[in-house]
Design a protein around this ligand. Sequence first.
Ligand SMILES: CC(C)(COP(=O)(O)OP(=O)(O)OC[C@H]1O[C@@H](n2cnc3c(N)ncnc32)[C@H](O)[C@@H]1OP(=O)(O)O)[C@@H](O)C(=O)NCCC(=O)NCCS
Length: 155
Amino acid sequence: MKPTDDLVIREVASEDVEDIIQIFKTVYLQDESWARSALQRLLAIPNYVMLVAELESRVVGYIDYYVLPSIWEKWNEATINYLFIHKDYQGKGIGSKLLEEVVKRADKIGIVELHIATEKGNERAIRLYKKHGFVKEYLLLERVRKPVHKPSPTP
Ligand SMILES: CC(C)(COP(=O)(O)OP(=O)(O)OC[C@H]1O[C@@H](n2cnc3c(N)ncnc32)[C@H](O)[C@@H]1OP(=O)(O)O)[C@@H](O)C(=O)NCCC(=O)NCCS
């Protein structure tokens, strides 16, 4: 039996936020209270879909995506924003399962373009994405500056 045979993938409820924070802690978490409030705010956005993977009732993975209409093309497009697997559960196929679930949901609603981004050096994520058909490459540029004010809690 594969470790992912018992995996349950379901939509996030606000009670899951603490468990998701626990996953972030094993991977990357800059500010716990900010992340907690960010998750609650994302939960309130229509068309922002948040999913968790559960193994034996333990939340071990998180993925989210949003759907927006394209202006260029006559269709909606989707973007995966975050994918995180608990450090102790990486390399067991859970990232693949979460990605497959989003691809399945996107196909079901007729999404033609599904986007996902990661840092250039994240070989592990890049390999995972390519394996799942994310092969067309775009260039995402970023301008970074130190925030001069405390970030506001509203986007
Ligand atoms: C990247 C990440 C999401 C992958 O999830 P995962 O559950 O560990 O991955 P899987 O077990 O499903 O592996 C799927 C594929 O990923 C790649 N992969 C997984 N672990 C790898 C490793 N240690 N080295 C290289 N490639 C790896 C492989 O292509 C693998 O397929 P294969 O086993 O058939 O070769 C997970 O490691 C993670 O959460 N990392 C930290 C956060 C992150 O980088 N998120 C994504 C970008 S924001």
